[in-house]
Design a binder for this molecule. Structure first.
Ligand SMILES: C[S@@+](CC[C@H](N)C(=O)[O-])C[C@H]1O[C@@H](n2cnc3c(N)ncnc32)[C@H](O)[C@@H]1O
Length: 209
């Protein structure tokens, strides 16, 4: 999705996001937190942090930075941080995940929850996630990936014409994101029928896109 369409969609969603997408997406957020295996002092980046529904799930001895392109979603996240006194959140910044302002190798773990099917160029996003992650760090992506089931796949295709209104691509395919010949260590685990976690070890050189 083009960035203006993303901003418009999430400007509309911000007020109702937690009600509509809070509980339904929470199993994936919790599964990522379990998989992260965080150590005290780890620096974590969460891209597309939205209203910050995951922030209270992180242990208090790590340091989290969240970024998002939607000012309205970030406002909600800031309210949550203040309301719940989430002192482990170092910053919530308005920033495009495809063009981050962080230096290389800034974070131990980089997380993208339900974002890769929203951004304009998923492969460029992945390149940036690798760049800002430390060489021995890890990247975690939770998302819905295009279903191999012909029935579900057909529904996704039918819905794909409404991507801008929905605010994501229902038929997102992993091949749109991983560069040809990608040889990073990849593992995929299933959260449930809809959501999967993709785990990538950093230290893999990607072709410039
Ligand atoms: C489906 S929401 C997921 C929010 C949150 N991660 C969650 O678990 O509820 C997708 C979020 O990604 C943000 N987003 C989309 N494109 C982005 C980009 N290029 N850079 C940063 N954030 C982006 C949207 O503004 C929105 O807040």
């Amino acid at each position: 999705m083009q960035i203006d369409a993303v901003k418009a969609a999430y400007r509309r969603y911000a007020r109702i996001y937690d009600t509509v997408f809070g509980p339904v997406l929470q199993p994936g957020r919790k599964a990522v937190l379990d998989a992260l295996n965080l150590k005290p002092g780890d620096r974590v980046l969460e891209v597309g942090v939205g209203t910050g529904l995951s922030l209270q799930l992180y242990p208090r001895d790590v340091r989290i930075t969240g970024i998002d392109v939607s000012r309205e979603m970030l406002d909600k996240a800031r309210e949550r941080v203040a309301r719940r006194n989430l002192t482990h959140v170092e910053g919530l910044l308005e920033m495009d995940a495809e063009r981050m302002e962080f230096p290389d190798a800034s974070f131990d773990k980089v997380v993208a929850m339900y974002v890769v099917s929203v951004v304009e160029r998923p492969a460029k996003l992945l390149e940036e996630l690798h760049r800002v992650c430390k060489p021995d760090g890890e990247i975690f992506i939770v998302n819905h990936f295009h279903s191999d089931n012909p029935f579900l796949g057909g529904i996704e295709k039918a819905l794909s014409g409404f991507s801008s209104t929905l605010g994501f691509h229902p038929d997102f395919n992993l091949r749109e994101m991983l560069p040809a010949g990608h040889n990073g260590e990849v593992s995929m685990s299933r959260v449930n029928l809809f959501w999967k976690i993709l785990r990538l070890r950093n230290g893999v050189k990607h072709k410039k896109l």
